[in-house]
Design a protein around this ligand. Structure first.
Ligand SMILES: Nc1ncnc2c1ncn2[C@@H]1O[C@H](COP(=O)(O)OP(=O)(O)OP(=O)(O)O)[C@@H](O)[C@H]1O
Ligand SMILES: [Mg+2]
Length: 509
Protein backbone atom coordinates (compact mmCIF):
# COMPACT_ATOMS: atom_id res chain seq x y z
CA UNK A 1 0.00 0.00 0.00
CA UNK A 2 2.80 2.33 1.01
CA UNK A 3 4.60 1.75 -2.27
CA UNK A 4 1.41 2.48 -4.24
CA UNK A 5 0.78 5.68 -2.24
CA UNK A 6 4.38 6.77 -2.91
CA UNK A 7 3.96 6.18 -6.63
CA UNK A 8 0.74 8.22 -6.68
CA UNK A 9 2.53 11.07 -4.87
CA UNK A 10 5.24 11.07 -7.52
CA UNK A 11 2.62 11.15 -10.28
CA UNK A 12 0.79 14.00 -8.53
CA UNK A 13 4.03 15.99 -8.27
CA UNK A 14 4.75 15.39 -11.95
CA UNK A 15 1.29 16.60 -12.82
CA UNK A 16 1.93 19.87 -11.00
CA UNK A 17 5.40 20.14 -12.51
CA UNK A 18 4.16 19.77 -16.10
CA UNK A 19 0.95 21.74 -15.57
CA UNK A 20 -1.34 18.85 -16.52
CA UNK A 21 -5.07 19.36 -15.96
CA UNK A 22 -7.29 16.97 -14.03
CA UNK A 23 -10.11 15.70 -16.22
CA UNK A 24 -12.01 12.70 -17.42
CA UNK A 25 -10.98 11.45 -20.81
CA UNK A 26 -13.37 9.21 -22.58
CA UNK A 27 -11.85 5.88 -23.37
CA UNK A 28 -12.03 5.49 -27.09
CA UNK A 29 -11.95 2.33 -29.08
CA UNK A 30 -8.88 2.35 -31.26
CA UNK A 31 -9.21 1.52 -34.88
CA UNK A 32 -12.99 1.44 -35.07
CA UNK A 33 -13.14 5.14 -34.32
CA UNK A 34 -10.33 6.24 -36.56
CA UNK A 35 -12.67 7.18 -39.37
CA UNK A 36 -14.14 9.86 -37.13
CA UNK A 37 -10.99 11.93 -37.38
CA UNK A 38 -11.32 14.92 -39.65
CA UNK A 39 -9.18 15.12 -42.66
CA UNK A 40 -9.09 17.51 -45.54
CA UNK A 41 -8.62 14.57 -47.89
CA UNK A 42 -11.96 13.77 -49.41
CA UNK A 43 -12.40 10.30 -50.79
CA UNK A 44 -14.28 10.20 -54.06
CA UNK A 45 -16.69 7.30 -54.34
CA UNK A 46 -16.01 4.64 -56.96
CA UNK A 47 -18.49 4.65 -59.85
CA UNK A 48 -19.50 1.13 -60.89
CA UNK A 49 -20.68 -0.24 -64.20
CA UNK A 50 -21.06 2.98 -66.18
CA UNK A 51 -17.94 2.95 -68.30
CA UNK A 52 -19.66 2.16 -71.62
CA UNK A 53 -22.39 4.73 -71.06
CA UNK A 54 -19.80 7.33 -70.17
CA UNK A 55 -17.77 6.67 -73.31
CA UNK A 56 -20.89 6.93 -75.48
CA UNK A 57 -22.10 10.16 -73.94
CA UNK A 58 -18.70 11.86 -73.93
CA UNK A 59 -18.44 11.34 -77.70
CA UNK A 60 -21.66 13.23 -78.41
CA UNK A 61 -20.72 16.81 -77.51
CA UNK A 62 -17.20 16.31 -78.86
CA UNK A 63 -18.46 15.17 -82.25
CA UNK A 64 -21.52 17.37 -82.72
CA UNK A 65 -20.14 20.68 -81.58
CA UNK A 66 -17.27 20.55 -84.03
CA UNK A 67 -19.41 20.39 -87.16
CA UNK A 68 -22.60 22.13 -86.00
CA UNK A 69 -23.26 25.63 -84.89
CA UNK A 70 -26.66 25.11 -83.31
CA UNK A 71 -27.24 24.08 -79.76
CA UNK A 72 -27.16 20.32 -79.14
CA UNK A 73 -29.10 18.94 -76.20
CA UNK A 74 -28.61 15.35 -74.96
CA UNK A 75 -30.46 13.62 -72.22
CA UNK A 76 -29.92 10.79 -69.78
CA UNK A 77 -33.24 9.24 -68.76
CA UNK A 78 -33.78 6.68 -66.05
CA UNK A 79 -35.83 5.91 -63.00
CA UNK A 80 -35.11 7.66 -59.70
CA UNK A 81 -31.78 6.77 -58.12
CA UNK A 82 -30.45 4.86 -61.13
CA UNK A 83 -27.38 7.08 -61.11
CA UNK A 84 -28.17 9.69 -63.81
CA UNK A 85 -26.58 12.62 -62.01
CA UNK A 86 -23.50 10.55 -61.16
CA UNK A 87 -23.09 9.64 -64.82
CA UNK A 88 -23.59 13.26 -65.89
CA UNK A 89 -20.89 14.26 -63.40
CA UNK A 90 -18.51 11.70 -64.89
CA UNK A 91 -19.06 13.23 -68.32
CA UNK A 92 -18.83 16.80 -67.01
CA UNK A 93 -15.48 16.09 -65.36
CA UNK A 94 -14.09 13.99 -68.19
CA UNK A 95 -10.73 15.26 -69.37
CA UNK A 96 -11.64 15.28 -73.07
CA UNK A 97 -14.79 17.30 -72.33
CA UNK A 98 -12.80 19.65 -70.13
CA UNK A 99 -10.28 20.31 -72.85
CA UNK A 100 -12.92 20.73 -75.53
CA UNK A 101 -15.03 23.49 -73.95
CA UNK A 102 -13.78 26.85 -72.75
CA UNK A 103 -16.61 27.18 -70.27
CA UNK A 104 -18.74 24.59 -68.48
CA UNK A 105 -21.70 25.25 -66.21
CA UNK A 106 -23.58 22.87 -63.91
CA UNK A 107 -27.23 23.77 -63.22
CA UNK A 108 -29.76 22.01 -61.01
CA UNK A 109 -33.49 22.16 -61.81
CA UNK A 110 -36.29 19.80 -60.89
CA UNK A 111 -38.56 17.80 -63.25
CA UNK A 112 -41.04 20.60 -63.05
CA UNK A 113 -43.01 21.64 -66.09
CA UNK A 114 -43.28 25.23 -64.91
CA UNK A 115 -39.55 25.35 -65.68
CA UNK A 116 -40.24 24.95 -69.40
CA UNK A 117 -40.70 28.63 -70.09
CA UNK A 118 -37.43 29.43 -68.37
CA UNK A 119 -35.78 26.52 -70.13
CA UNK A 120 -36.72 27.85 -73.56
CA UNK A 121 -35.41 31.27 -72.62
CA UNK A 122 -32.16 29.78 -71.38
CA UNK A 123 -31.83 27.67 -74.53
CA UNK A 124 -32.34 30.56 -76.91
CA UNK A 125 -29.87 32.65 -74.95
CA UNK A 126 -27.22 29.96 -75.35
CA UNK A 127 -28.15 29.40 -78.96
CA UNK A 128 -27.66 33.00 -80.05
CA UNK A 129 -24.93 34.11 -77.70
CA UNK A 130 -22.60 31.15 -78.12
CA UNK A 131 -21.66 28.94 -81.04
CA UNK A 132 -21.26 25.19 -80.65
CA UNK A 133 -22.68 25.01 -77.13
CA UNK A 134 -23.88 21.70 -75.80
CA UNK A 135 -26.22 20.72 -72.96
CA UNK A 136 -26.55 17.44 -71.13
CA UNK A 137 -29.77 17.06 -69.10
CA UNK A 138 -30.90 14.29 -66.78
CA UNK A 139 -34.56 13.43 -66.26
CA UNK A 140 -36.66 10.72 -64.68
CA UNK A 141 -39.49 11.13 -67.18
CA UNK A 142 -39.30 10.39 -70.89
CA UNK A 143 -41.60 13.27 -71.67
CA UNK A 144 -39.31 15.77 -69.99
CA UNK A 145 -36.33 14.45 -71.94
CA UNK A 146 -38.22 14.50 -75.23
CA UNK A 147 -39.27 18.12 -74.74
CA UNK A 148 -35.79 19.23 -73.77
CA UNK A 149 -33.41 17.20 -75.89
CA UNK A 150 -32.66 17.53 -79.58
CA UNK A 151 -31.14 14.02 -79.82
CA UNK A 152 -32.30 10.58 -78.76
CA UNK A 153 -32.21 9.99 -75.05
CA UNK A 154 -29.56 7.77 -73.45
CA UNK A 155 -31.79 5.39 -71.57
CA UNK A 156 -30.06 4.32 -68.40
CA UNK A 157 -30.79 0.79 -67.25
CA UNK A 158 -30.45 -0.13 -63.61
CA UNK A 159 -27.04 -1.23 -62.46
CA UNK A 160 -26.54 -5.00 -62.65
CA UNK A 161 -27.00 -6.94 -59.42
CA UNK A 162 -23.28 -7.52 -59.27
CA UNK A 163 -22.53 -3.76 -59.60
CA UNK A 164 -25.11 -2.93 -56.93
CA UNK A 165 -23.53 -5.59 -54.74
CA UNK A 166 -20.08 -4.04 -55.32
CA UNK A 167 -21.45 -0.65 -54.31
CA UNK A 168 -23.04 -2.07 -51.15
CA UNK A 169 -19.91 -4.05 -50.34
CA UNK A 170 -17.62 -1.08 -50.82
CA UNK A 171 -19.59 0.75 -48.14
CA UNK A 172 -20.29 -2.11 -45.75
CA UNK A 173 -16.85 -3.73 -45.70
CA UNK A 174 -14.67 -0.64 -45.74
CA UNK A 175 -11.41 -0.35 -43.87
CA UNK A 176 -10.39 -3.87 -44.95
CA UNK A 177 -13.04 -5.46 -42.81
CA UNK A 178 -13.31 -9.18 -43.25
CA UNK A 179 -16.09 -10.24 -45.62
CA UNK A 180 -17.47 -13.01 -43.47
CA UNK A 181 -19.52 -15.55 -45.45
CA UNK A 182 -22.61 -15.19 -43.22
CA UNK A 183 -22.60 -11.38 -43.60
CA UNK A 184 -22.12 -11.68 -47.36
CA UNK A 185 -25.16 -13.95 -47.57
CA UNK A 186 -27.37 -11.48 -45.64
CA UNK A 187 -25.91 -8.55 -47.59
CA UNK A 188 -26.86 -10.13 -50.92
CA UNK A 189 -30.45 -10.53 -49.74
CA UNK A 190 -30.49 -6.89 -48.63
CA UNK A 191 -29.17 -5.72 -51.98
CA UNK A 192 -32.13 -7.40 -53.72
CA UNK A 193 -34.43 -5.26 -51.61
CA UNK A 194 -32.84 -2.11 -53.05
CA UNK A 195 -34.43 -2.85 -56.47
CA UNK A 196 -31.72 -1.13 -58.47
CA UNK A 197 -31.50 2.02 -56.36
CA UNK A 198 -27.87 3.06 -56.06
CA UNK A 199 -28.71 5.45 -53.24
CA UNK A 200 -30.51 2.74 -51.24
CA UNK A 201 -27.59 0.31 -51.67
CA UNK A 202 -25.10 2.96 -50.63
CA UNK A 203 -27.03 4.12 -47.56
CA UNK A 204 -27.82 0.57 -46.46
CA UNK A 205 -24.21 -0.57 -46.91
CA UNK A 206 -22.81 2.39 -45.02
CA UNK A 207 -25.22 2.00 -42.10
CA UNK A 208 -24.06 -1.62 -41.68
CA UNK A 209 -20.42 -0.62 -41.75
CA UNK A 210 -20.61 0.02 -38.03
CA UNK A 211 -21.41 -3.51 -36.97
CA UNK A 212 -20.09 -7.00 -37.70
CA UNK A 213 -22.70 -8.56 -35.47
CA UNK A 214 -24.65 -11.05 -37.56
CA UNK A 215 -27.81 -10.58 -35.44
CA UNK A 216 -27.87 -6.89 -36.20
CA UNK A 217 -27.58 -7.57 -39.92
CA UNK A 218 -30.45 -10.05 -39.67
CA UNK A 219 -32.57 -7.56 -37.73
CA UNK A 220 -32.13 -5.06 -40.59
CA UNK A 221 -33.10 -7.74 -43.12
CA UNK A 222 -36.20 -8.63 -41.13
CA UNK A 223 -37.07 -5.11 -40.09
CA UNK A 224 -40.71 -4.03 -40.15
CA UNK A 225 -39.73 -0.96 -42.14
CA UNK A 226 -39.73 -3.08 -45.30
CA UNK A 227 -43.45 -3.77 -44.81
CA UNK A 228 -44.40 -0.24 -43.80
CA UNK A 229 -43.57 1.30 -47.16
CA UNK A 230 -43.65 -1.72 -49.46
CA UNK A 231 -44.18 0.34 -52.58
CA UNK A 232 -41.25 2.61 -51.79
CA UNK A 233 -38.17 0.55 -50.90
CA UNK A 234 -35.89 3.59 -51.10
CA UNK A 235 -37.80 5.41 -48.39
CA UNK A 236 -37.76 2.17 -46.30
CA UNK A 237 -33.97 2.10 -46.49
CA UNK A 238 -33.61 5.78 -45.71
CA UNK A 239 -35.97 5.62 -42.75
CA UNK A 240 -34.25 2.51 -41.45
CA UNK A 241 -30.92 4.25 -41.68
CA UNK A 242 -32.30 7.34 -39.92
CA UNK A 243 -33.60 5.28 -37.02
CA UNK A 244 -30.21 3.58 -36.80
CA UNK A 245 -28.66 6.95 -35.97
CA UNK A 246 -27.87 7.75 -32.36
CA UNK A 247 -30.53 10.03 -30.86
CA UNK A 248 -28.08 12.91 -30.59
CA UNK A 249 -27.34 12.80 -34.33
CA UNK A 250 -30.92 12.90 -35.56
CA UNK A 251 -31.65 16.61 -34.94
CA UNK A 252 -28.29 17.53 -36.48
CA UNK A 253 -29.28 15.71 -39.64
CA UNK A 254 -32.86 17.00 -39.83
CA UNK A 255 -31.61 20.56 -39.26
CA UNK A 256 -30.01 20.38 -42.72
CA UNK A 257 -33.49 20.57 -44.25
CA UNK A 258 -33.30 24.32 -43.53
CA UNK A 259 -31.22 24.64 -46.69
CA UNK A 260 -32.87 24.25 -50.09
CA UNK A 261 -32.36 21.13 -52.19
CA UNK A 262 -29.03 20.87 -53.97
CA UNK A 263 -27.59 23.64 -51.78
CA UNK A 264 -23.84 23.47 -51.29
CA UNK A 265 -23.35 23.54 -47.54
CA UNK A 266 -20.09 24.49 -45.85
CA UNK A 267 -19.11 22.01 -43.16
CA UNK A 268 -17.66 24.55 -40.75
CA UNK A 269 -20.69 26.78 -41.12
CA UNK A 270 -23.08 23.96 -40.44
CA UNK A 271 -21.18 22.99 -37.28
CA UNK A 272 -21.39 26.60 -36.04
CA UNK A 273 -25.14 26.59 -36.67
CA UNK A 274 -25.50 23.28 -34.80
CA UNK A 275 -23.57 24.80 -31.89
CA UNK A 276 -25.77 27.90 -31.88
CA UNK A 277 -28.86 25.74 -31.66
CA UNK A 278 -27.42 23.59 -28.88
CA UNK A 279 -27.45 20.51 -31.12
CA UNK A 280 -23.81 19.78 -30.32
CA UNK A 281 -22.18 20.50 -26.97
CA UNK A 282 -18.78 19.75 -25.47
CA UNK A 283 -18.19 16.24 -24.16
CA UNK A 284 -15.39 15.24 -21.80
CA UNK A 285 -12.22 16.72 -23.24
CA UNK A 286 -13.84 17.33 -26.59
CA UNK A 287 -14.91 20.86 -27.36
CA UNK A 288 -18.18 21.52 -29.15
CA UNK A 289 -16.42 21.99 -32.50
CA UNK A 290 -14.79 18.55 -32.10
CA UNK A 291 -18.13 16.97 -31.30
CA UNK A 292 -19.62 18.75 -34.34
CA UNK A 293 -16.82 17.28 -36.45
CA UNK A 294 -17.58 13.81 -35.15
CA UNK A 295 -21.27 14.20 -35.90
CA UNK A 296 -20.58 15.50 -39.40
CA UNK A 297 -18.18 12.65 -40.09
CA UNK A 298 -20.61 10.04 -38.90
CA UNK A 299 -23.39 11.46 -41.10
CA UNK A 300 -20.98 11.49 -44.01
CA UNK A 301 -19.84 7.94 -43.36
CA UNK A 302 -23.48 6.88 -43.34
CA UNK A 303 -23.95 8.49 -46.78
CA UNK A 304 -26.32 11.22 -45.63
CA UNK A 305 -23.94 13.68 -47.25
CA UNK A 306 -22.40 13.48 -50.70
CA UNK A 307 -20.43 15.43 -53.28
CA UNK A 308 -17.91 16.31 -50.61
CA UNK A 309 -15.21 18.66 -51.85
CA UNK A 310 -12.25 20.29 -50.22
CA UNK A 311 -10.76 23.55 -51.52
CA UNK A 312 -7.08 24.48 -51.47
CA UNK A 313 -7.24 25.79 -47.90
CA UNK A 314 -9.17 22.80 -46.60
CA UNK A 315 -12.72 24.25 -46.52
CA UNK A 316 -15.11 21.38 -46.97
CA UNK A 317 -18.35 21.75 -48.89
CA UNK A 318 -20.98 19.09 -49.52
CA UNK A 319 -24.56 18.44 -50.59
CA UNK A 320 -27.43 16.15 -49.68
CA UNK A 321 -29.22 14.01 -52.21
CA UNK A 322 -32.75 15.35 -52.70
CA UNK A 323 -34.28 12.10 -51.36
CA UNK A 324 -32.21 12.51 -48.22
CA UNK A 325 -33.41 16.11 -48.05
CA UNK A 326 -36.99 14.83 -48.34
CA UNK A 327 -36.27 12.43 -45.49
CA UNK A 328 -35.04 15.21 -43.21
CA UNK A 329 -37.93 17.46 -44.19
CA UNK A 330 -40.44 14.68 -43.49
CA UNK A 331 -39.30 14.58 -39.86
CA UNK A 332 -39.17 18.35 -39.45
CA UNK A 333 -42.51 19.13 -41.07
CA UNK A 334 -43.45 22.78 -40.76
CA UNK A 335 -40.77 23.43 -38.14
CA UNK A 336 -38.10 23.81 -40.79
CA UNK A 337 -38.58 25.65 -44.06
CA UNK A 338 -36.48 26.74 -46.96
CA UNK A 339 -38.42 29.34 -48.87
CA UNK A 340 -38.23 30.97 -52.23
CA UNK A 341 -39.09 34.61 -51.63
CA UNK A 342 -41.03 34.85 -54.86
CA UNK A 343 -43.44 32.19 -53.58
CA UNK A 344 -43.88 33.53 -50.07
CA UNK A 345 -47.07 32.60 -48.29
CA UNK A 346 -47.89 32.47 -44.62
CA UNK A 347 -45.57 30.47 -42.43
CA UNK A 348 -46.67 28.34 -39.57
CA UNK A 349 -46.10 30.18 -36.31
CA UNK A 350 -44.46 26.97 -35.08
CA UNK A 351 -41.54 27.38 -37.45
CA UNK A 352 -38.11 26.95 -35.82
CA UNK A 353 -35.69 27.29 -38.69
CA UNK A 354 -36.12 29.32 -41.88
CA UNK A 355 -33.95 30.08 -44.83
CA UNK A 356 -35.11 32.56 -47.46
CA UNK A 357 -33.75 32.49 -50.97
CA UNK A 358 -34.41 34.42 -54.08
CA UNK A 359 -32.72 34.29 -57.39
CA UNK A 360 -34.88 36.69 -59.34
CA UNK A 361 -36.26 39.62 -57.48
CA UNK A 362 -33.96 42.54 -56.84
CA UNK A 363 -36.42 44.45 -54.69
CA UNK A 364 -36.79 44.41 -50.95
CA UNK A 365 -39.67 42.23 -49.85
CA UNK A 366 -42.04 42.00 -46.92
CA UNK A 367 -42.26 38.77 -44.98
CA UNK A 368 -45.95 37.90 -44.56
CA UNK A 369 -46.09 37.15 -40.86
CA UNK A 370 -45.81 39.00 -37.62
CA UNK A 371 -44.59 36.97 -34.73
CA UNK A 372 -42.77 33.72 -34.24
CA UNK A 373 -42.41 32.65 -30.68
CA UNK A 374 -40.25 29.68 -31.45
CA UNK A 375 -37.97 30.93 -34.22
CA UNK A 376 -34.39 29.76 -33.64
CA UNK A 377 -32.64 30.12 -37.00
CA UNK A 378 -33.18 32.77 -39.63
CA UNK A 379 -30.95 32.64 -42.71
CA UNK A 380 -31.69 35.30 -45.27
CA UNK A 381 -29.83 35.09 -48.53
CA UNK A 382 -30.45 38.28 -50.57
CA UNK A 383 -32.26 40.56 -50.99
CA UNK A 384 -32.92 42.12 -47.58
CA UNK A 385 -36.50 42.13 -46.37
CA UNK A 386 -38.16 45.39 -45.39
CA UNK A 387 -39.65 44.25 -42.12
CA UNK A 388 -36.81 42.13 -40.76
CA UNK A 389 -36.00 44.40 -37.82
CA UNK A 390 -39.58 44.42 -36.64
CA UNK A 391 -39.94 40.68 -37.18
CA UNK A 392 -36.96 39.49 -35.30
CA UNK A 393 -37.36 41.59 -32.20
CA UNK A 394 -38.39 39.50 -29.23
CA UNK A 395 -37.77 36.13 -30.88
CA UNK A 396 -35.67 33.56 -29.07
CA UNK A 397 -33.36 33.55 -32.10
CA UNK A 398 -30.09 31.59 -31.82
CA UNK A 399 -28.69 32.02 -35.33
CA UNK A 400 -29.03 34.87 -37.80
CA UNK A 401 -27.63 35.44 -41.25
CA UNK A 402 -28.77 38.70 -42.83
CA UNK A 403 -27.70 41.89 -44.52
CA UNK A 404 -28.97 44.28 -41.88
CA UNK A 405 -29.19 48.05 -42.12
CA UNK A 406 -30.52 48.91 -38.69
CA UNK A 407 -28.47 46.87 -36.31
CA UNK A 408 -29.91 48.49 -33.19
CA UNK A 409 -32.75 45.95 -33.15
CA UNK A 410 -30.19 43.21 -32.61
CA UNK A 411 -29.96 44.26 -29.00
CA UNK A 412 -33.11 42.40 -28.09
CA UNK A 413 -31.79 39.11 -29.44
CA UNK A 414 -30.18 38.18 -26.17
CA UNK A 415 -29.98 34.46 -26.98
CA UNK A 416 -28.14 34.97 -30.26
CA UNK A 417 -25.09 32.72 -30.61
CA UNK A 418 -24.42 32.97 -34.33
CA UNK A 419 -24.45 36.21 -36.31
CA UNK A 420 -23.45 36.49 -39.94
CA UNK A 421 -23.68 39.91 -41.56
CA UNK A 422 -23.41 40.08 -45.28
CA UNK A 423 -23.00 43.27 -47.30
CA UNK A 424 -24.04 45.45 -44.41
CA UNK A 425 -23.22 49.13 -45.04
CA UNK A 426 -21.77 49.64 -41.52
CA UNK A 427 -18.49 51.47 -40.97
CA UNK A 428 -17.96 50.41 -37.37
CA UNK A 429 -19.47 47.36 -35.77
CA UNK A 430 -22.24 48.85 -33.60
CA UNK A 431 -22.39 48.59 -29.83
CA UNK A 432 -25.60 46.56 -30.07
CA UNK A 433 -23.56 43.58 -31.27
CA UNK A 434 -21.30 43.84 -28.23
CA UNK A 435 -24.32 43.35 -25.98
CA UNK A 436 -24.97 39.88 -27.39
CA UNK A 437 -23.34 38.19 -24.44
CA UNK A 438 -23.85 34.64 -25.69
CA UNK A 439 -22.42 35.20 -29.14
CA UNK A 440 -20.11 32.33 -30.18
CA UNK A 441 -19.69 33.03 -33.87
CA UNK A 442 -19.47 36.41 -35.60
CA UNK A 443 -18.98 36.42 -39.35
CA UNK A 444 -18.68 39.58 -41.41
CA UNK A 445 -18.62 39.23 -45.14
CA UNK A 446 -18.44 41.87 -47.84
CA UNK A 447 -19.13 44.70 -45.40
CA UNK A 448 -17.22 47.00 -47.70
CA UNK A 449 -17.16 50.07 -45.44
CA UNK A 450 -16.33 48.38 -42.17
CA UNK A 451 -13.14 49.97 -40.84
CA UNK A 452 -12.98 49.10 -37.14
CA UNK A 453 -14.45 47.36 -34.10
CA UNK A 454 -15.68 49.11 -30.95
CA UNK A 455 -13.63 48.62 -27.79
CA UNK A 456 -16.61 47.02 -26.07
CA UNK A 457 -16.24 43.99 -28.32
CA UNK A 458 -14.14 42.64 -25.49
CA UNK A 459 -17.39 42.02 -23.60
CA UNK A 460 -18.18 39.08 -25.87
CA UNK A 461 -16.60 36.58 -23.51
CA UNK A 462 -17.99 33.50 -25.27
CA UNK A 463 -16.79 34.49 -28.73
CA UNK A 464 -15.12 31.48 -30.38
CA UNK A 465 -15.05 32.38 -34.07
CA UNK A 466 -14.53 35.87 -35.46
CA UNK A 467 -14.40 35.54 -39.19
CA UNK A 468 -13.89 38.35 -41.65
CA UNK A 469 -14.10 37.92 -45.39
CA UNK A 470 -13.82 40.58 -48.09
CA UNK A 471 -14.06 43.58 -45.74
CA UNK A 472 -11.29 45.48 -47.45
CA UNK A 473 -11.68 48.77 -45.56
CA UNK A 474 -10.84 47.19 -42.22
CA UNK A 475 -7.98 49.15 -40.63
CA UNK A 476 -7.51 47.45 -37.26
CA UNK A 477 -8.03 44.28 -35.27
CA UNK A 478 -10.32 44.28 -32.21
CA UNK A 479 -8.82 45.89 -29.09
CA UNK A 480 -6.95 43.43 -26.84
CA UNK A 481 -7.77 40.34 -28.82
CA UNK A 482 -5.75 38.36 -26.28
CA UNK A 483 -8.63 38.76 -23.83
CA UNK A 484 -10.91 36.59 -25.94
CA UNK A 485 -9.96 33.45 -24.12
CA UNK A 486 -12.37 31.18 -26.01
CA UNK A 487 -11.32 32.41 -29.44
CA UNK A 488 -10.52 29.60 -31.89
CA UNK A 489 -10.76 31.37 -35.23
CA UNK A 490 -9.67 34.88 -36.01
CA UNK A 491 -9.23 35.15 -39.72
CA UNK A 492 -7.19 38.33 -40.10
CA UNK A 493 -4.82 40.11 -37.73
CA UNK A 494 -3.88 43.69 -38.50
CA UNK A 495 -0.82 44.72 -36.51
CA UNK A 496 -0.69 48.21 -35.04
CA UNK A 497 1.82 49.92 -32.74
CA UNK A 498 -0.93 51.23 -30.40
CA UNK A 499 -1.32 49.46 -27.04
CA UNK A 500 -3.77 46.60 -27.26
CA UNK A 501 -3.36 46.11 -30.99
CA UNK A 502 0.15 44.69 -31.23
CA UNK A 503 1.48 41.20 -31.85
CA UNK A 504 1.93 40.72 -28.09
CA UNK A 505 -1.83 40.21 -27.87
CA UNK A 506 -1.47 36.90 -29.66
CA UNK A 507 0.54 35.22 -26.92
CA UNK A 508 -2.53 34.95 -24.68
CA UNK A 509 -4.54 33.06 -27.25
N1 LIG B 1 -22.58 3.68 -60.81
C1 LIG B 1 -22.52 4.09 -59.54
N2 LIG B 1 -21.51 3.63 -58.73
C2 LIG B 1 -21.43 4.05 -57.45
N3 LIG B 1 -22.29 4.89 -56.85
C3 LIG B 1 -23.30 5.37 -57.59
C4 LIG B 1 -23.47 4.99 -58.98
N4 LIG B 1 -24.56 5.61 -59.47
C5 LIG B 1 -25.04 6.34 -58.44
N5 LIG B 1 -24.30 6.20 -57.33
C6 LIG B 1 -24.56 6.82 -56.02
O1 LIG B 1 -25.97 6.68 -55.75
C7 LIG B 1 -26.54 7.88 -55.30
C8 LIG B 1 -27.70 8.29 -56.22
O2 LIG B 1 -27.20 8.53 -57.52
P1 LIG B 1 -27.68 9.75 -58.44
O3 LIG B 1 -27.93 10.95 -57.63
O4 LIG B 1 -26.70 9.85 -59.56
O5 LIG B 1 -29.07 9.17 -58.97
P2 LIG B 1 -30.11 9.89 -59.92
O6 LIG B 1 -30.53 8.89 -60.95
O7 LIG B 1 -29.55 11.16 -60.45
O8 LIG B 1 -31.28 10.17 -58.91
P3 LIG B 1 -32.53 11.16 -59.12
O9 LIG B 1 -33.48 10.44 -60.02
O10 LIG B 1 -33.04 11.33 -57.74
O11 LIG B 1 -32.01 12.43 -59.73
C9 LIG B 1 -25.43 8.90 -55.24
O12 LIG B 1 -25.04 9.01 -53.89
C10 LIG B 1 -24.31 8.33 -56.07
O13 LIG B 1 -23.04 8.66 -55.52
MG1 LIG C 1 -30.23 13.18 -60.18
Amino acid sequence: MKAVAKKIDVIAKDRMKYGLQVGVTEERQRGADEWRQTTSVVTEPVVYGRYIYKEQIVKFPLKHTTDKEELSVYSIVGLGEYGKTTLAQLVYNNERVRNHFDLKIWIFVSDDFSMMKKWNKFKSLLQYETKGASILVTARLDIVASIMATYHAHRLTRLSDSDIWSLFKQQAFRENREERAELVEIGKKLVRKCVGSTLAAKVLGSSLRFTSDEHQWISVLESEFWNLTEDDPIMSVLRLSYFNLKLSLRPCFTFCAVFPKDFEMVKENLIHLWMANGLVTSRGNLQMEDVGNEVWNELYQRSFFQEVKSDFVGNITFKMHDFIHDLGQSFMGEECISYDVSKLTNFSIRVHHISLFDNKSKDDYMIPFQKFDSLRTFLEYKPPSKNLNMLLSSTPLRALHASFHQLSSLMSLIHLRYLELNQSPITILPGSVCRLQKLQTLKLERCHFLSSFPKQLIELKDLRHLMIKNCHSLMSSPFKIGKFTCLKTWSIFIVDSKTGYGLAELCNL
